[in-house]
Every structure is written in C-alpha cells, then in structure tokens.
Design a protein around this ligand. Structure first.
Ligand SMILES: NC(=O)c1ccc[n+]([C@@H]2O[C@H](COP(=O)([O-])OP(=O)(O)OC[C@H]3O[C@@H](n4cnc5c(N)ncnc54)[C@H](O)[C@@H]3O)[C@@H](O)[C@H]2O)c1
Length: 317
C-alpha cells in the first residue's frame, strides 16, 4: 500500500515512516520541516518539502497514494494560547486543504493524529471516546474542529477515516540513521525534560497539592512504537463512509513523581526537581479508556513507562 505521511519528519511521523517502510509500505512524506528534521528521512523515500497551506504541494504529495496518515500540525498547548490564529490556520485550514486535495486525487482513506486535549477537563476517568469534549485551549479546539470536519467528510463524501486521540506519547525508536526521538524546541514533554534536568536547571513540578496519592498530576503515557502499531491496525480496519474515533494510551496513569522516580532509576542518580505553582487549565488526572481500540482494532500496548524512559535516555547518547 502507498501511504502519504504528512508531518513525516517530526517525532511521531518519522517513527511511522520508519516502521511502515520496514513493513513494505511505499511512503511519501509531506512536511515543511517547521518543527521536523529532514535528516530523519530514509533514503529512497519520496519527500516533498512543502506545506499543508499550499494546495499544489499537497497535490504533488498525493500523487499515486492510496491512504494518508496525517500527523502534520502545530502541537504546543502554550504556543496555541499565544497564537490561536496560527493554530487555526495550520491545523484546521491545512487539514481542509488536505481533504479537498484528497477528493481531487480520489484518495479516500485517512488516519488522523487527534489528541486527548479534545476532552478538556474530564467528567469521567478513565476517559472513553463518548466523554464530553470541552477543550481548554486552542490546540485542543483545533483537534476537535478537525475531528468534526472529518466526520462530516466521511458522511458527505464517503471517505473512510479514523481519528486517534493520543494521550502522552513517549519513547524512541532506533533506526539505521540513529534514534528517532523527540527533538522539539522548546521541549514541553515531561520524560525528556526530566532526563535533562540539572541542579542549575531543575525540572518543574507544576503543583504538589493535587487530589492524587503523591499530590502531583497523573497522566497516561504510550510508547511511540505501540502508537504506530495502532495506526497500522486502524488503517487496516477503515470502513467506507465511517469515521471512527479511538483513544490511544496505556489505560494506566503515572504521577509526575512516579515518572521522576522511573527516570532516576534509569539514569542512576536522583533527578533534581523544583516545586512550582499549578498551571491554569491542567486537569489533575488524565487516563485513557482504551477498550475500544483493544476490541475493535485488536491493539494492546506492550511497552511500559520504564521502556519509554530507557529508550528516551538511550536516544540522548
Ligand atoms: N507528541 C504527543 O504526545 C502528541 C499527543 C497528542 C497528539 N499529537 C499529535 O501528533 C502529531 C505529531 O506530533 P509530534 O509530537 O510528532 O510533533 P512534531 O512537531 O514533531 O511533528 C509535526 C510535524 O508537522 C510538520 N508541520 C507543521 N506544520 C506543517 C505544515 N503547515 N505543512 C507541513 N508540515 C507541517 C512539522 O514540521 C513536523 O515535522 C501532531 O498532529 C500532534 O498534534 C502528539
């Protein structure tokens, strides 16, 4: 099968390119490298350095393609609060362009990177796909707008679609070209930041008085390799005219202090931390209900927090 991977030079997209290529998929990448890295592209893979905001770049990238995995976009919550228009432009308008060009090219299958940020403050834990969606930041609002747009597109145009709502993606994959890992700038994700923590620049713990056992927030982490496995299963299970939504996490939660402890174990010394005030809009606990992905896709994540930490640490070497 020939798959267009948008955002294929980013953290998760480059991991998808590597795994799909090894499994014999023919890959095209569309990425403007605004937060991605062209050096992650394997030799022999078709790479269009272009934007979702340029319809002719998308049309070129869609040439001879059977399906799209759509990872490209802006994904920093804090930045989205400062620049909501940019997030709407790239994420929502960019995806509109992609769907329009898919129609022109008669490409009818899409698997989209949605987010747990669509749910906002959860009213039930673990969070099922049926939970109410009240995003608390512009980033989550763009992901929800795209999910809604894809639902309409599948009803009206008959496309086959899946939105995968990731919780916290972590870990890394070793390739012939070195480790494919998080290279975000700024890095906002906990595991790389904990592993880079120093006495001069200790990792911040936002709030130590949450209603959890150790007072720190609890989040659900999923290894990037397990996540891509779910994408392949979702692609296999697409149905004409149907848009399915699946949560992807581990179904388990880890507090910030538990992640720090796992990192300390891996790195062999105590991680410097500093207690900081709570951040506005941070829910205390976010854990995915992953039963739908388990039952419909036959997907079970197999890599735990220690492997995510160990792979991230190995990727620093
Ligand atoms: N990392 C996570 O924990 C997480 C959680 C939930 C959802 N997601 C979603 O997964 C996807 C991938 O996330 P990531 O962590 O790999 O981020 P990333 O920033 O590493 O990757 C995004 C890629 O999209 C590309 N891109 C941005 N704007 C573009 C444009 N206009 N045209 C073409 N390419 C463009 C970037 O250059 C980059 O390579 C994103 O859609 C993100 O919202 C990630």
């Amino acid at each position: 099968m020939r798959v267009l991977v948008t955002g294929g030079t980013g953290y998760i997209g480059s991991t998808a390119v590597e795994i799909l290529s090894k499994k014999g998929f023919e890959i095209s990448i569309l990425d403007d490298c605004s937060t991605g890295h062209a050096d992650s592209v394997p030799t022999g893979v078709r790479f269009i350095q272009g934007s979702l905001l340029n319809k002719s770049d998308i049309a070129t990238a869609l040439h001879d393609v059977d399906a799209v995995m759509h990872f490209a976009g802006k994904s920093l919550v804090g930045e989205s609060v400062e620049k909501p228009d940019l997030y709407h432009l790239v994420n929502v308008n960019g995806t509109r362009n992609l769907l329009d060009e898919m129609k022109n090219a008669t490409v009818t299958k899409i698997v989209f990177s949605s987010s747990a940020a669509t749910y906002g403050e959860p009213d039930v834990i673990p969070i099922p796909e049926s939970a109410s969606t009240n995003p608390t930041n512009p980033y989550g609002a763009t992901k929800l707008a795209i999910d809604t747009m894809i639902s309409r597109e599948s009803q009206e145009q008959g496309i086959s679609a899946a939105s995968l709502r990731y919780f916290n993606v972590a870990g890394a994959l070793k390739s012939d070209r070195g480790w494919l890992a998080e290279r975000h700038n700024p890095e906002t994700h906990l595991i790389p930041n904990v592993l880079r923590s120093t006495h001069a620049n200790p990792v911040k713990i936002f709030g130590n008085d949450w209603p959890t056992a150790d007072g720190t927030c609890i989040r659900d982490y999923v290894h990037v390799i397990d996540l891509i496995d779910a994408h392949i299963k979702a692609l296999d299970s697409l149905t004409v005219g149907v848009h399915e939504i699946y949560n992807l996490g581990s179904g388990d939660g880890y507090s910030v202090r538990q992640v720090v402890a796992a990192a300390a174990l891996a790195i062999g010394y105590e991680i410097p931390t500093i207690d900081s005030p709570r951040r506005a809009g941070d829910p205390a606990i976010l854990i995915a209900d992953i039963n739908k992905a388990k039952v419909h896709l036959g997907w079970t994540p197999t890599r735990g927090i220690n492997e995510m930490v160990a792979d991230t640490l190995a990727s620093f070497a």
